[in-house]
Design a protein around this ligand. Structure first.
Ligand code: NOJ
Length: 562
């Protein structure tokens, strides 16, 4: 059922992330593209999501999977062109899907017009002022400070003069050297992005996912950081305030963007990638005149631990409530390991590093428990209020691909750290659509930019369709129930289980006839009893009735009950 054209759709939408390079290849070159997406769009309608988010599709040298944009108002030829992108937006709308696209305002590609003008200009020219160009220390031979790139190594590279000669100046790149950070003090930078927002809004796009939304403003004078920086810290309280992140000036940018979004009917929506140190700092981005929502990375990083997950849920609901924003939930994206593998590793006692890039432990995951937990985590997440994100292939319970050969890896952090980090390609392996055939239906020619595991036909869309025990059919069922019958995206939650319980049980107001649904997940080692009379949905086998009433919920299982 299509969602209504309600201006508040983003408050409870389930949003499916497509990494365009890896979803479906329409022209047989081994890279996914817009033609492939258009050919498979019905999959999303049948799945029952409300919206789709496209990771960057702009013109780009692809040094960081398209997060290095050369032209924000053009589509990369590997994906299609503006006309086919616009047709795709229209077709998604016809299927009742809202469309969000990624935007990358913290940095451009070195191939962006602004950086090309910088290279042609001289030290101190106006073109230089659009980026963070700073004289180096020791007569320019050393970078201005010791800031590190998120992808490893230093965060500064020398600015060459027009003929390639040394200038003694350095430009900042918090990510790859091919991703120079923009200077948001320059009016041209504001104008470039306002024009870009309007360009895509005018073509029907319903909102943007904002990359690195807490990074655009740097502390004046680029002060040295005196704190220990854990570049991959992510859990609440782990992220220390740093001079390159979460500077107060960034909020004025979001207020400017919100004014642009509000000029449309219905108003366009933003979801921010916001990594900050505290609940209060996060909530500041969600004030009514800034971003509509932000990703919940605390949930994304939550270990398989009941009391910890409960604290994260409470923290998230509290934080969003500070400013009247909805909560969001996310288990996977293109930067982190697949949950089937992550939770399967936790089942054998191996906690992943908090890094989204570090090499996974050498032990093998318990795959059966990983699958059970991936299913449970999905059912539990879809029982929570707010909006939720699904990453492509999560509906198939795709595992992380751990054994990609080094020569195939494209994550820039892999190169910059000589293989110590940069393993994100493991979650970017193309989607299997068919049980047989080259590239399992991903591409018409059978080539794929990353090799696909030989057994992926057995977990393809075709293999899982119609199998009531499959993750795909579970996802379809859960999405339909969440939206149509139980209306679980709206309303509050109330805990029924004790704060230290390993089996989480919470009560949700839902539906018109019977006002409550219990959402339960057993993260402990022992079977638990949930007091209820009816099972609405379970992530595992049918639940047995407990001897004294209620239902038995085995470990690694979630259910919705009444
Ligand atoms: C976050 C994106 O999700 C990631 O893929 C990218 O590498 C960085 N931002 C830099 O743009």
């Amino acid at each position: 059922m299509p969602i209504t054209n309600d201006a508040d759709w983003w408050r409870n939408a389930v949003i499916y992330q497509i990494y365009p390079k890896s979803w479906a290849d329409g022209d047989g070159d081994g890279f996914g593209d817009i033609a492939g997406i258009r050919a498979h769009l019905a999959h999303l309608a049948r799945l029952g999501v409300d919206a789709v988010w496209f990771s960057p599709w702009y013109r780009s040298p692809q040094a960081d999977g398209g997060y290095d944009v050369a032209d924000y108002r053009d589509i990369d030829p590997m994906f299609g062109d503006v006309a086919t992108a616009t047709a795709l937006v229209d077709e998604a709308h016809d299927l009742g899907l809202k469309v969000i696209v990624d935007i990358v305002p913290n940095h451009t590609s070195t191939e962006h017009r602004f950086f090309q003008e910088l290279l042609a200009g001289g030290p101190g020219s106006d073109a230089w002022a659009r980026y963070h160009c700073v004289p180096g220390r020791d007569d320019g031979s050393k970078p201005p400070n010791g800031w590190e790139s998120v992808f490893g190594g230093g965060a500064w590279s020398p600015v060459p003069g027009p003929d390639g000669e040394p200038t003694g100046w350095w430009y900042l790149h918090l990510f790859d050297a091919s991703q120079p950070d923009l200077n948001w003090d320059h009016p041209d930078v504001h104008a470039e992005f306002v024009e870009t927002l309007r360009f895509w809004f005018d073509r029907g796009v319903d909102g943007f996912r904002i990359d690195v939304a807490m990074g655009l403003v740097k502390a004046p004078g680029y002060p040295e950081s005196t704190r220990h920086v854990d570049r991959h810290a992510m859990l609440p309280g782990e992220v220390e305030p740093e001079p390159m992140w979460d500077q107060p000036g960034v909020h004025a940018i979001w207020r400017e963007w919100r004014r642009v979004a509000n000029q449309y009917s219905p108003p366009r929506a933003f979801v921010g990638e916001v990594w900050v140190s505290s609940a209060q700092a996060h909530a500041a981005y969600l004030r009514p005149d800034e971003l509509h929502t932000a990703f919940n990375f605390h949930h994304l990083k939550a270990p398989w631990d009941g009391p910890v997950l409960r604290r994260i849920i409470d923290h998230s609901v509290y934080e969003a409530g500070l400013v009247g924003a909805p909560t969001t939930w996310v288990l996977e994206n293109h930067d982190v390991p697949r949950v089937r593998t992550r939770f399967g590793l936790e089942a054998v006692g191996a906690r992943l590093p908090t890094s989204n890039t570090a090499q996974l432990p050498a032990v093998q995951p318990d795959d059966a428990r990983g699958v059970a937990r991936a299913r449970a985590a999905l059912v539990f997440m879809l029982g929570l209020p707010g909006s939720a994100y699904l990453y492509q292939g999560q509906e198939l319970a795709l595992p992380e691909v751990l054994d990609l050969p080094a020569e195939c890896r494209e994550d820039p952090a892999f190169r910059r750290t000589h293989g110590a980090e940069g393993y994100r390609d493991g979650s970017r392996v193309p989607m299997p659509w068919t049980t047989e055939g080259p590239a399992f239906g991903f591409s018409t020619s059978g080539t794929s930019w990353l090799p696909m595991p030989a057994d992926w036909g057995s977990i393809s869309v075709a293999a899982q369709t119609g199998d009531p025990t499959s993750m795909l059919e579970l996802t379809r069922r859960a999405l339909r129930l969440r939206r149509v019958e139980q209306a679980l995206g709206d309303g509050d939650l109330e805990w029924m289980s004790a704060p230290d319980a390993h089996c989480l049980v919470l009560r949700r107001p839902a539906g018109d006839t019977d006002p409550h649904v219990l959402v339960a997940m057993n993260l402990g080692d022992a079977t638990a009893v949930v007091e209820a009379t009816t099972v609405v949905l379970t992530s595992g086998a049918e639940l047995a009735v407990a001897p004294d009433g209620g239902f038995l919920l085995p470990p690694d299982t979630a259910a919705w009950l009444r």
